[in-house]
Design a protein. Sequence first.
Length: 588
Amino acid sequence: MPITKNVFGKTRMRANLLVAFFLMFFSFSVFPVKFARTARGAQELVPAGHWVYDAITAISLESGIVNFADCAPLSIQEIKIYLAEIDYDSLSEAGQSQYDRIFDYFNERTFAFESGLLSLGLEPSLNLSGFYKTNDDIGWLYDRYERKPALDVPVTFSVGDYLTMSMDNFLGENKGASLKNDVYSNVPLDANDIDINFPDTGYFSTGYMFTDTTGIGFQLGRGSQSIGRTLSGSMIWSEYLTGVSYGQFEFYAPSLKYTGRVSQFNVDKYMYTHQIDVRLFKKLKVSFVEGLLVYAPMELRYMNPWTIFHGFAAWREYEPEERDPESHTCDYFGVSMQFTPFKTTRFYGLFAMTQYQTPYEKSNWKEDVTPNGLGAQGGMESYIPAGKGYFHFAFEGSWAQPYLYIKESPNWSMVRTYSENMGKKSIFYEWIGSPFGPDTVSGEVTAGYEKPGKYSLDLTYLFMARGEFSGNSVFDAMKHSDGRNLWGGQRTYFDVSEVDPNNTYLSQWAYPNTSYNDGKKLQNLTSPSGRPEFVSRWSLRGTIQPANWLKITAQPGYVYIYNSDHVHRKVEKGFEIALAIEIAFTKF
């Protein structure tokens, strides 16, 4: 029976490909098609983490203003209204270079088939990288988020400036291979290391400008998003949460923006969010995010574009499981702020909350042992023009309580899990916010110089004090005695009976060093909890661009860990080196 199902699946896949090729051939045969070089459409999205957001920040700070470009992805249409506020003539030579570079990217012509307003564009690039580390017990610095596929050919379908559909197509290593210690290149040399599950990201995007400064947008897609621009990943919503499917609707103007969003983490695991962005005097920007994660099929009532989720009291409305009387929901609240008191520099702060027990609740419901889940992040960033480039300085601190993002069950906690349908099916967990997870106190500082489009050099130091709930530790603590993962990967439902056959489980996941029913001790944990792991990480990143189509990057790094794996005085240390070459064929 499995063989029949597999053969049927392969046959259906081949049939779909044949139909797609036939339709493409038919459309090019019937309609007049020409091969051309086409600029990007206004509805194309600039992905989270793209250099364009760094460039916008630099020229905005040089102008002494802030804007809404600290969230991503944004459409080119939306980004242009923020750039329109900047006085080009008042910018330094470096600032004008950055400004021109952004518009060169917008007007960059890709290989395309055109027929009237319709275009099908290809943007091929070759990315070759090699990396090596001296200690296999330390994870990669140049990790799966940094590595690009060896051959990348994004495909974009556009209808002028009215709508865009895009997806990534590539030949590269899968995420499981990126974890291996004996893989030293992004070129997959073993068939088992090839990623056959592309595309990873894709979207439909459309929008309309009512005036020169007011627009509307709608996106339906899959991929990374971010709320707040930070060094180590936003505490509220970071680009390190990947593969999330979402639909969002937004209105925007230079000083006011609304975004309504529905995101799917896993099967029957939906996150509903509203976001309001307000800017005052062009100097101060504040964002408010309210969200509700529900472990249930999608519901229309939470898609109301203007409501307060907390008012639904949704934690009372779901049928409790026999062994777990809790809510199936997780409320979420976030605030971010950025302020530029003078030109070249901004200060920013973020706050995220999944749970807060008020003094009244603690006094009147003493049997309730629910712990708080709070996190904060803040820092300073400065771009100082010097000659034809910028000096860049930034520092940041973050703090996350042991139960930030964590609720009574992984089923309704702020985390996505998945595994690739290949090989040994490595399991991945990604928090909604900081990639460090909960139970972490960190500090990071970076300094460097950049000549836009020519070269850059940055030195970064990161320190972390990581408690026993940091990273993915909580999932390791949930493993069965026989080593099986009780939740994660393709298993996106958590059955508490497998963790706690004696029915002593009360309200929280098992803490590594306490019993299940020691709720008060869990509630009083402080970050970093248990025996902290202290991590120091240095990295030097240099990039040179000898030609418009060629970019070369080198990154040496060093890691020192004290109390590694939370073992007293255990030390792990090691060096790493990475080298990457990118060739953009459309820029020849």
